[in-house]
Design a protein around this ligand. Structure first.
Ligand code: NAD
Length: 270
């Protein structure tokens, strides 16, 4: 089987793909000829505009879903609809939220929301998608965790807890499905990508806060944040995460499972 044959014409769900890293991933998978289920908290106009863009990039088909991932019933409804449209061969659990605050000041609602979107939603989607992948002999789950699934930073208790949990959940699923399918078919793998600073909206509040603290503009604030943690002193671009997802989905990656790959300019090497 050629590298792209496992993917072309197959269906991918990328949560949180109306913007940011998820959109970068969706563009890469569309370019490989996959049908894409676009997802995120966006208006129908915004969501279907992304779907149109992905079809122009090479996706044979695309649809849009706006399930709120804090609600397990909404996740189940979306997955049921996608069973008819799909079935899902590639599942990218990418949607995520974060709020920075000292542990003692985090309200329980913030804790619950971050754990629900960043961790529990991936449990629900994986539970519904993995059995079908195993039956068909090919499937890929790529969970977008974070450097904060590997190491901690102050003021990020719920975020770090959710991302460490996502790394653990992915390892368990990788073991349970490691023997599914065959090398020729591509097998079923479950992995995490662990980005460091990546240029998207989710980090805008931290950049703004640093700029305010330093009395500088955005560029100086970004440079200051990078200098603390990310030795390359460069942010990643969402398209670069997309390229890595594409490789993980290739047949050649059939024996890469249960790993967490940092894309962090050396952050977690320190
Ligand atoms: P982003 O804010 O641009 O995108 C987040 C996406 O999640 C959006 O599409 C949004 O609609 C979706 N989302 C949020 N809450 C939701 C909800 N309740 N229901 C459904 N969808 C919801 O941020 P991003 O940087 O593209 O984040 C993508 C992933 O990458 C997240 O899991 C994030 O934790 C992770 N990450 C980002 C960075 C970074 O520096 N940008 C670093 C490490 C990890």
């Amino acid at each position: 089987m050629s590298e792209s044959a496992a993917m072309a014409g197959g269906a991918a769900l990328v949560t949180g793909s109306v913007q940011g890293i998820g959109l970068g991933v969706a563009r890469s998978l569309a370019g490989a000829g996959m049908r894409i289920a676009v997802h995120g908290l966006a208006t129908p106009e915004q969501g279907w505009a992304v779907a149109d863009e992905l079809m122009a990039l090479g996706a044979p088909d695309a649809c849009f879903h706006d399930a709120d991932l804090r609600d397990p019933a909404a996740i189940r409804a979306m997955m049921a609809q996608l069973q008819d449209w799909g079935p899902i061969d590639v599942l990218v659990n990418n949607a995520g939220i974060q709020k920075t605050a000292p542990l003692a000041e985090i309200d329980p609602g913030t804790w619950d929301a971050i754990l629900a979107v960043n961790l529990s939603a991936a449990f629900h989607t994986m539970q519904l998608a993995l059995p079908g992948m195993a039956e068909r002999g090919y499937g890929r789950v790529v969970n977008i965790a974070s450097v904060h699934g590997i190491v901690a930073s102050q003021d990020k208790a719920p975020y770090c807890a959710s991302k460490h949990g996502l790394v653990g959940l992915s390892k368990v699923a990788a073991l349970e499905y490691a023997a599914a399918g065959s090398g020729a078919a591509g097998g079923v793998t479950v992995n995490c990508i662990c980005p460091g600073w990546t240029d998207t909206d989710i980090i805008a509040p931290q950049i703004a806060a640093r700029g305010q603290a330093l009395g500088t503009g955005r560029n100086e604030a970004v440079a200051s944040l990078l200098s603390e943690k990310q030795p390359s002193l460069r942010m990643s671009d969402p398209a670069e995460i997309g390229e890595l997802v594409l490789w993980l989905c290739s047949r050649a990656a059939h024996n890469v499972t249960g790993v967490s790959i940092p894309v962090d300019g050396g952050w977690t090497a320190q």
